[in-house]
Design a binder for this molecule. Structure first.
Ligand SMILES: *Cc1c(COP(=O)(O)O)cnc(C)c1O
Length: 436
């Protein structure tokens, strides 16, 4: 490039840059605004002398976003299976396929056989009912909190929700179940103490003003020591509806997680309604699951609020495929074989020859409000701490920093991505290290 001319005069005009076939294609794929913004930014760099004027189109192409939405896929190398900040459960390929297929016009609420309106999401509801034999009826809303709001509104607005003081949980991001319940117009009637609540505490509180008893699974903390709580089965004898908020979304018992309550068992022992999340242990999309007695579920389904909490067709499709389809990535993360993890970590460390990588034991966690304190045995590749920020900001690989080391835990990484993780680590140039 000539260095004598004023570079601002040589910067190509926007319409000329946009004529580049690569940017034309990108416009069709991403929309014109994102492409134009990349061009304008590249022109700006050329005007400031940072870029040669004839490199504007190349720079704009390089700076194009990967997709029209800004959400960026990340590799979860934290060892935490359900990481709320990373979007909780990753969908199975079957669920992804189902939601892509549902993205256009669908028969979500239409009967193709006779051309009439049909029950919305009937296939999904049937799959959920099939998965939980003890459920007489089921309904699906937007998330677990919505399920709880719908249940307490329909059963107890203007009346009391009886709940143990040991179960007044903060679920995350500052949101607390007692506030959520109060927001429905139900009054919270707290019984018992933080560590111990007895059947008599509930029995004393139950009366004509009771809307329901709420039994909340303390899914994200544990109280040890001098404790007692009352089972759903015992509460079922008190003559008022019992709602069990399980949170985890576990539908049937999971041998790996013996302390996690499941919907089928809770209904068998007498709960009238069970609520849970779709994107926790079930491994599906964000959704609120409601399962229980027909009369109760119908009451919720017909409540005006149900329309405001209605779940979309993409969720319905992904949820049905999760329920009917093959085992989920969440299941794979929970059940990852330690020997297999060890082999993958050895291979990764070998691929990082010379970077001081070391294979160390690593305890994975269920996370996302499930099985607190449970350690899933496994392995990780340990690197100097500075890698954590570099991997996160570079290739969007999120690791775990523990005891002054960056742990790359492959438990939740698709084995097909192991090579990408190795490449991302090798691409890191730490400030101060010699960049050979
Ligand atoms: C996670 C959780 C909720 C909230 O469910 P979301 O799907 O996150 O809205 C409610 N109750 C309990 C016990 C939970 O663990």
């Amino acid at each position: 490039m000539s260095t004598t001319a004023d570079p601002r005069r040589l910067v190509p005009r926007t319409d000329r840059v946009l004529a580049d076939p690569r940017l034309q294609d990108a416009s069709a794929r991403l929309g014109p605004d994102l492409v134009k913004a990349a061009v304008v930014a590249a022109q700006q760099r050329a005007r400031s002398g940072e870029l040669a004027p004839d490199a504007v189109a190349d720079a704009a192409v390089a700076a194009l976003p990967r997709a029209a939405a800004s959400t960026r896929p990340v590799i979860n190398a934290t060892g935490v299976v359900l990481h709320t900040n990373l979007g909780r459960a990753p969908l199975s390929p079957a669920a992804v396929e189902a939601l892509v297929a549902a993205a256009g016009y669908t028969d979500v609420e239409f009967d193709l056989a006779d051309g009439s309106r049909a029950r919305r999401g009937r296939g999904t509801l049937a799959a959920l009912a099939d998965a939980v034999p003890a459920a007489e009826a089921v309904h699906v809303v937007n998330n677990g909190a919505a399920a709880l709001v719908l249940a307490t509104t329909a059963l107890a607005a203007g009346r009391e929700v009886v709940v143990s003081r040991g179960e007044l949980v903060e679920i995350g991001d500052g949101f607390r179940l007692p506030d959520l319940i109060a927001s429905t117009g139900a009054r919270l009637r707290e019984v018992g103490t933080t560590n111990r609540t007895h059947l008599a505490d509930y029995a004393d509180a139950v009366g004509p003003g009771t809307g329901c008893i709420l039994k909340v699974h303390p899914s994200n903390f544990r109280v040890d020591g001098f404790t007692s709580s009352v089972d759903v089965g015992a509460l079922a004898g008190l003559g008022v509806p019992v709602v069990a908020d399980l949170g985890s979304g576990l539908l049937v018992p999971e041998p790996l997680l013996p302390d996690e309550p499941d919907a089928d068992t809770a209904l068998r022992v007498g709960a009238d309604l069970v609520t849970g999340s779709g994107d926790k242990l079930l491994g599906g999309p964000q959704a609120g699951l409601l399962l229980g007695r027909t009369a109760v579920v119908e009451r919720l389904r017909r409540h005006p609020l149900a329309r405001a909490l209605r779940v979309d067709k993409l969720t319905l499709a992904a949820l049905e495929a999760t329920l009917r389809g093959p085992r989920t990535p969440t299941w794979a993360g929970l059940h990852a074989d330690p020997d297999d993890l060890r082999r993958r970590c050895d291979a990764l460390a070998a691929a990082l020859d010379g970077l001081g990588a070391e294979v160390v034991p690593s305890a994975g966690a269920v996370g996302g409000g499930g099985a607190p304190g449970l350690e899933l045995p496994g392995w990780a590749v340990a690197l100097p701490t500075a890698y954590a920020a570099a991997l996160r900001t570079g290739a969007a690989v999120v690791t775990r920093v523990e005891r002054g080391r960056c742990l790359v835990d492959l438990r939740c990484v698709d084995p097909a991505d192991d090579a990408r993780v190795a490449g991302a680590v090798r691409a890191v140039r730490l400030p101060g290290a010699d960049g050979a």
